[in-house]
Design a protein around this ligand. Sequence first.
Ligand SMILES: [Zn+2]
Ligand SMILES: [Zn+2]
Length: 303
Amino acid sequence: MPTPLKNDQVQAKIAAAISRLSPKDLESSESKMRFLSSLPDWIYGTIGGNTPCIELRSRSGKLFLLDCGTGLREFSVSGRQPEDKHYTIFLSHFHWDHIQGFPFFGQSFSPDSKIDIYTPFQNAEDYLERQSSLPFFPMNACFESVKNQLSFHLMEEDVPIEIAGVKIKCHRMFHPGDSYSYSFEEDGKRFIYSTDVELQASDFDKSRERNAFFKDADVLVFDSQYTAPEAAKKINWGHNSFRSAIDFASNWNIRNLYFFHHEPNYDDKKLEAILDAGNNYKKYKSCGSLNLYISREGQEIQL
Ligand SMILES: [Zn+2]
Ligand SMILES: [Zn+2]
């Protein structure tokens, strides 16, 4: 679910900022700015509450969109649009949170747009059509109005394709109804988007060739929804604890791990605490070369 900031959360941020304020912080505009920038991230900002949608650009500027959660509406309104109006979308699966933004992708209604949708799910077109049909969506904005702009491409697991010089592969992971992770590789750099994943013991097995998908990736954006006690209560719900995400990244020699698919019941303060706990766990497990981050809305990563 999308998680807009609530009144009491905004008030808690303001109250926490004021409680840290001293008279000297108010002396000049510089001291005020210094004070603001010294505040912890959970007070002076928010991690964001849209459902999954990631924008990826290749060296040549080719645009890829990963999943169509409510973040897609944000991209539609204020994102940098490609001059050729060509959008290339990869879908991990069709659970609500990953397609919720699609009917609100304004550019899909423009006859000049060209939208390629890649997924290993055979019935992708049917799923999106049902989503944008009466009574779930108004007649004047239904699937008929966008379908001429769409082309669907069926991917095969672990069979690479190449688009604009980027090598792309998908890989099936354990999740109710399946979910596919995507790897993007260009100039020897590899970015993996892997969400809605509940790790199984076999995913750590280095003797299984299929697992090499993750090995040595530069960046892994990975499902880390739960704390360990919560994951223990939610077996088969299809998500990881942040600790198992760290174990997995360390097992596959990943350099940079981004916690992703945040639990909607956790607020900014709790998510920042999870990042701290993750860094402590990493030290305890001696995963020295692994860097941990929390995925934030609007954040940019350069490979
Ligand atoms: Zn899911
Ligand atoms: Zn999801």
